[in-house]
Write a protein that binds this ligand. Sequence first.
Ligand SMILES: NC(=O)C1=CN([C@@H]2O[C@H](COP(=O)(O)OP(=O)(O)OC[C@H]3O[C@@H](n4cnc5c(N)ncnc54)[C@H](OP(=O)(O)O)[C@@H]3O)[C@@H](O)[C@H]2O)C=CC1
Ligand SMILES: CC(C)(CO)C(=O)C(=O)O
Length: 329
Amino acid sequence: MKCCVVGAGAIGGHLAVKLCRAGHEVAVIARGPQLAAIRAAGLVLEQGGQALHADVRAAEGSGELGVQDVVFVTTKATALASVVPLLPPLVGSATRVVFIQNGITWWYPLGLPAAHPRPAQVPVFALAERFLAFLRPEQVLAGVIYSANEVLRPGVIRNNSPVGTNVVELGAPDDGDSAPLRALRSALEAAGIAAPPIAQIRASLWRKLVLNASSSSLCVAVENPAAIATDARVQETMLRMLHECLAIAAAHGYDVGPGFDFERWTQRRTAHKPSMLQDFEARRPMEIGEIVLAPLAFARAAGLATPTLDAVGAIAARRAIDQGLYTPA
Ligand SMILES: NC(=O)C1=CN([C@@H]2O[C@H](COP(=O)(O)OP(=O)(O)OC[C@H]3O[C@@H](n4cnc5c(N)ncnc54)[C@H](OP(=O)(O)O)[C@@H]3O)[C@@H](O)[C@H]2O)C=CC1
Ligand SMILES: CC(C)(CO)C(=O)C(=O)O
């Protein structure tokens, strides 16, 4: 498989190393110190006490890379607009483009089953027109990833998830099955990243968003990820947020609570800083619109009250605004 990872940071770097080591032809698009480091010495993924090295091709732009079988877009949602002009040279008629972002994102309304309530209007949806100017809807795939990673230093990614627990749920916006989708899941599985079949990509999105909308904004508010497990008041706040977000998902047609042990997430003692807290600390643009505010817009559209999400979300958003890391639309 000839593939290109656009945005070789924590998630993209992890995928690039695994796919390259599994024998695929992998190029990455990166910039700044990350690009320089990858060009000089490849990418390293620290995982389970091992340093996995991969000599991936690195480029600043897409012109030299040519048409790909698969493009993984693994930038933050905040950078998606900057990705638009990079994609056309990589995309041929058979290319699949996989968008792996947390939160409500641009493809949500695309192919939304008619039985589901209409989504709230959120700013990221405006990107659909730009992506669909050169992508047919069936070329768009979506990924929801469970894999805790951070860039330790340029060129070096650390995976903070217990070995064997990195999972990506892949689907099409219309939930259709296809040979390219199955082939991609198989390629990821063979590369060591679980990619189980799923029935509904928006159910996957909401299940993950329930965790992110709660833990990410709470971690930005308290700046202490461990407090979720160790401080009873913080843990109780997180549980309230989880349940409010589950209600939003259910109101929009995705009942993602059953079978998922959300309470376990509040009891995990983890020092991993959610990517939103990593961004806050590094003073990088934050995914406030997609992870914190979009679920609140969906709540209002469904007529739901979400007092705890509102309060903690307001604090996280305010902190981001004050640092210039989020600008309300
Ligand atoms: N990190 C994690 O543990 C997890 C993250 N996620 C989600 O995955 C997505 C990706 O997150 P993550 O990997 O942490 O993000 P990172 O910030 O670590 O990586 C994104 C990379 O994309 C680069 N980039 C952005 N725009 C461009 C551009 N136009 N051209 C070239 N490179 C570009 C960034 O460069 P620069 O630094 O210069 O901006 C950065 O290196 C997010 O939606 C996040 O919420 C999901 C699960 C876990
Ligand atoms: C919390 C975590 C790692 C869950 O996979 C995540 O999604 C993030 O860091 O943004």
